[in-house]
Design a protein around this ligand. Sequence first.
Ligand code: ADP
Ligand code: MG
Length: 226
Amino acid sequence: MIKLSNINKHYSTGSHQLHVLKDINLEIGSGELVSIMGSSGSGKSTLLNILGILDEYDSGEYSLDNTLIKNLSEQKAAKYRNEFIGFIFQSFHLLGYKNAMENVALPLYYKGVSRKKRNKLALEYLDKVGLKEWAEHMPSQLSGGQQQRVSIARALITHPKLILADEPTGALDSVTSQSVMNLFREVNKLGITVIIVTHEKDISDLTDRQILLKDGAILEKEDVDV
Ligand code: ADP
Ligand code: MG
């Protein structure tokens, strides 16, 4: 599903050039549950943003589902993102003035689905993440773990083939982190490819495959613990 060949990425700040991703070669198959682990500043978010077509790379090639992702117009990039990818963030990115159901329904609003239909579907997805009873609650009335479940339901409602999660448990205590990771495992069992970025080995250990990023380079991959 994902193939990266010799991906390089630099950031320029003033006269200084930072080589953030160094000759990344990586293949991730459809249906995998993978973590990308590395310390802060190792380039994890940069890599995930390239995978999510939110950022561009300088050299190399990235193919997603056999489509070369290179120099896409913003319109095309948005089309692939909307059709393919669900994003999960450390800070949940929920709208504070909308309740849980409305937050989950939001992607369908952008697709022109009627309010009645999108709210009905949103309730079904809230049910899938164990939060049907919380549909009317505002994000501020939900715990961190519940908010992350809402954001996972919101990602799932558009039937993505790929879920990209950037430090999804970074704001959660360890017990809640475990249950959110269990939810990712369930999502993965539906056949959705899941890629989780984390700096915590405990979290990375809960995925089927661990990819290690150090100073912008892949050190080891595939079952580093075995
Ligand atoms: P991680 O997610 O692993 O913490 P990032 O991918 O966010 O790492 O960042 C990798 C490196 O690139 C860091 O040194 C960071 O400071 C730098 N960096 C990230 N984004 C930018 C940017 N927009 N401009 C300049 N430098 C950046
Ligand atoms: Mg990051």
